[in-house]
Every structure is written in C-alpha cells, then in structure tokens.
Design a protein around this ligand. Sequence first.
Ligand code: NCD
Ligand code: ZN
Ligand code: ZN
Length: 446
Amino acid sequence: MTPTATTGAWVLRSVRPLGGEPADVVLADGVVRQVAAPGTASVPDGAAVVEGEGHVLLPGLVDLHTHLREPGREDAETVLSGTRAAAAGGFTAVHAMANTSPVADTAGVVEQVWRLGQEAGWVDVHPVGAVTVGLDGERLAELGAMADSKARVRVFSDDGRCVHDPILMRRALEYVKAFDGVVAQHAQEPRLTEGAQMNEGVVSAEIGLAGWPAVAEEAIIARDVLLAEHVGSRLHVCHLSTAGSVEIVRWAKARGIDVTAEVTPHHLVLTDELARGYDPVFKVNPPLRTAKDVEAVREGLADGTIDIVATDHAPHTREDKDCEWGAAAFGMTGLETALSVVQQTMVDTGRMTWADVARVMSTNPARIGRIDGAHGRPVEEGEPANLVLVDPTASRTVDGAAQVTASSNTPFQGTQLPGRVVATFLRGRATVLDGVPVDPTSEVVA
Ligand SMILES: NC(=O)N[C@@H](CC(=O)O)C(=O)O
Ligand SMILES: [Zn+2]
Ligand SMILES: [Zn+2]
C-alpha cells in the first residue's frame, strides 16, 4: 500500500539540530514547520511530542551504495526488508545497487526496483543502473533509457565488478554527461586480483590466503581520474580502502578533477588482522586493509578528500557465508550500524562534528546522486521533513539475529557500539519511533 505523505504533526522538544544549540522543531504537512528556542514554538493542536533532550537531529541519512538483492536473491534481502533496515539505521534514501538477477541494466528493471521502493514506503529508493549489459564489461547498457525512466537514474555502476576496459569506461563517462549522471566505479584490476581472498600483506602471507594488493585498487582509480579529466566528466569511486587511494584522490582534487569518493564504515575501523580466525564474516570486497590504511581513510574523510560514508550493505544468506573462507561470498551488512561506527571512529575521537556527519552521510551523498532537492537539506523551516534523531549517549551490543535486515552477516556481532537511532522521519511521517520501525501502513498519528 502506498503510504500517505504525512500523518499528523510532531514537536521534537529540546533537540540539537546538527549537534548545536537545543531547539524545539515542529514538523507538519511533511515539512519542517518551525525551529524555535525551547518552549517558544507554536505547536499545532494535537501534535505528537518526542522528548529529545540531548538528542542530535540530522537530515535523514542517504546511502549511495546499498545492495537490496531484489530481484533475484530475495532469500538474502528484499526491497521491503532492506529499506526497513535502512529506516532503522536512520536513512531516508538509499541507492540500490545494480548487481541483482536480472541485472538492473534496463529501464524495465530499474522501474521495477523503484516501484517496489515506493510500495514499501520506508525510504526513497533510487536504483543504480548498470554501466554494461549484464555487468559483463562488454557493451554499454541503455544508460539514457534508464535516466529517462520513472526511476530517473543518475548513478551508474557495475559494482561487484570493475569496468576494466578503458574504452568502455571512457564512453560511459562521456555518455552520462548528457543527463548529469555519474559513473561509480568498483576499482578492482581483475588480473591483479584473480583468486584473491584478502588484503595482500603480512597477514595474508602468514595465514596462507591469496593476497589482493592495494595497487589493484589504486591503479584503476589513477586511470579513472585521468579519464574523467580527459573527457570532462564526473567520477565517483566506490568503497575506497587504501592509503594510496586517498593520496590519488587528494591529488586529483587538487588538480581540479571532478571526482568524489566513498569509504565504508567497516574500512574505518576493521583491519586484515581479523582474517586470522578464518571467519568469513570478515570477507569483503575490497578487503579489510591494515591499521595504516584505516588511519589514512579516517584522515581523508575528516579533511574532505573522501566525500561520503556509504554502507555497501551486502547481505548474504547463511549458506553463502557460513562456510570455509575460500568458498564464502564477499560482503557484510551495514545499514543498522553505519551511524554508530561513524560516531565511534570520527565523532567520539574528536575528528568530526555532527555537522560534518550530516555532510558526509546526507548532504554530500544526496548531491552526488542528484537527489538533493529532497534529501540532505538543511534543518530549516520549509524544508522536507526527512530527518533522523539520534541519542549519542546510548550504547548497545550488536546482535545480527536481532537486526531488521533479513541477513545476519554483521562484522560487529557481539561488539558494543555507541549511539542509537531514536526516530526517523520520511516527509514528516515517522518510520522509526523509540528505536523501533513503524509500519508505514499503520496509523501513527498525533
Ligand atoms: N562488497 C562486497 O563484498 N560485496 C558486494 C559487491 C561489491 O560491493 O563489490 C555484494 O554484492 O555482495
Ligand atoms: Zn564493490
Ligand atoms: Zn557494493
């Protein structure tokens, strides 16, 4: 059932917009109606009250990189379960990756995913279109038809695979300029990573798993920023993971190249040391790297070299994950832990403010995906009420089985993480209240 735009009015009392001074924030008719000093707002009759003392109010989070698995792998996740997990994690919009079955390489498939997102009603779903037919890296997909479809695709990616043929990459970069699109590259030189299982380094040598060198990522990023410069297009780099990649993007930006980059929450905190236990929950693409790389991506995120945090939420079934390392699928879930990991690694360490978090998890991803008319907006009167309310003083122990996502492959199982999403609002309708998802078809009204 399609949810209505709004149900009732809300007053969020004594919340801290972007972590700043306390304010009462009134939501009505799907927009932010008023931001006023505590106790001074004109509260509409019958408005529901959320006591938010000490809670931080941010624009709803936007994920540029989510795997929702539908169509094709509904046993791992569906648009419904994945977007519900997204709302629980504080998101109001997600970009759904194209490596589904069938691949999202036609207007028909992207419209199907877009429609499923609308029907689910948890977050706005923006399908990513494949760059090449079937992700085969051989022929360009119908990029223009996907851009012109109801799904209005602006982000194109063969994620899971690298667009490794330089002439195809060049054509894709040129083609998407016509509709202000962007190519999001999964930077992995295929020949350098054949059979690779984890980061190439001391740990891989010691435990005897085939290594995946940093240069396999860096070589593609270096090539692609030069291609983007040559054709005057914009490029986005998916899940950058090495210190060298940060240096290349920093160099490219200094040179004026129109490149943006993302880092995942897991690459902000986990290292290849975790592979020593051979638990495939830590098997991911790109692989977990070294402590030096973790430090470099944190620094790159703090100084703006890396534009955004994207979850790369990659749910997998037990069959695909609970097996021997070599046979297990790459990927880990992330929607419900992303904000906590960013708080732990960047805010609680004093490297970033909550306003910075709003920038890297909402404003910037919305701008890159060209959905910045509705998402990633300032918390100001008249703006769409796409918001998340966070209690940064809370903490919790992660339990994959208790998460909303249909899969349980979280690398943070059993660990303590700071922060809790208290409420999420999509166009003024609560999708999460008291930390619990609220069914869009239920009548939670003032
Ligand atoms: N990140 C992963 O390890 N896996 C992703 C693909 C990808 O993002 O490359 C997946 O689809 O499972
Ligand atoms: Zn990828
Ligand atoms: Zn991915």
